[in-house]
Design a protein. Structure first.
Length: 262
């Protein structure tokens, strides 16, 4: 049974096209009736729109096998008095969901990713947090890759703000336990006996996605088709108990070398 990341794992960070072997991997799971969930930290498109995009480029699964942070957001963050930060598409999606922005006296500072956060935005976030606003990240990715550049991910920004303000934070998407438990709940509709120990998670975010999953007892596969150019950039510096169980180049490499079973 599998949890499968999207960006950098199924689709390219560069142009959002399918990575080698990724469509074939999903097709094989479907053909062999192997339970799986596609779990993504997508925040820029409405959940249904992003799912439709994945379907349009050749991935054959429906909403019963898909989960992203926007689908859990309302259970974490009230819709009023939110100071939201992220790409314009994320802000527009929030507004369509009924979230009301307040940059005067917010109750929640909500952070997604973009590549061009400014020092003034960070200063504004810090003021709100010191005034008592709650800090929430849409996810806790370590790095954000775009246009052949790598930026601090939401997780890195949350850690910075935590250090600056001594304010704790909550996370909606990966690798929060709440997100993984919701993915497990949905996976159980495919196999009622499923538990974390039965699941292998595949992701290009070895420090974020895979570290949190490993702590819950999942087996982990790190693919170097996304954020990292090679495993040597990150794996040697991880705590021994958080290092991935397997390392592959991409989904095609997994298909060739990894034994797949329910």
């Amino acid at each position: 049974m599998y949890f499968i990341d999207v960006q950098g794992t199924l689709i390219s960070d560069a142009d959002k096209s399918p990575i080698e072997g990724s469509i074939a991997f999903i097709n094989r799971l479907n053909a062999e009736d192997i339970p799986y969930m596609v779990i993504t930290n997508n925040t820029k498109k409405a959940s249904q729109d992003f799912l439709l995009y994945l379907n349009s480029i050749g991935f054959h699964f429906d909403k019963s096998r898909y989960l992203d942070p926007l689908m859990l957001l309302e259970s974490h963050v009230a819709k009023e008095a939110v100071a939201a930060y992220g790409a314009e598409a994320f802000l527009q999606t929030l507004q369509k969901m009924g979230y009301r922005f307040d940059y005067a006296n917010p109750k929640t500072v909500l952070i997604a990713i973009k590549e061009n956060f400014t020092a003034d935005e960070y200063a504004q976030m810090i003021d709100y947090l010191l005034d008592g606003a709650k800090l929430v990240g849409m996810h806790e990715t370590s790095l954000y890759a775009k246009n052949n550049k790598r930026y601090p991910g939401v997780g890195a920004i949350l850690k910075m703000l935590e250090f600056a303000t001594s304010c704790s934070y909550d996370v909606v998407g990966k690798p929060s336990e709440a997100f993984y438990r919701e993915a497990l709940r949905r996976l159980k509709k495919q196999n009622p006996q499923a538990e974390f120990k039965d699941i292998t998670i595949i992701s290009d975010d070895v420090k974020g996605d895979l570290g949190g999953a490993k702590e819950l007892g999942m087996k982990t596969i790190f693919v170097t088709s996304g954020k990292y150019k090679s495993a040597d950039e990150i794996v040697p510096f991880l705590q021994e108990d958080l290092k991935p169980d397997f390392i592959y180049e991409n989904m095609q490499d997994i298909l060739i070398r990894h034994k797949m079973e329910q």
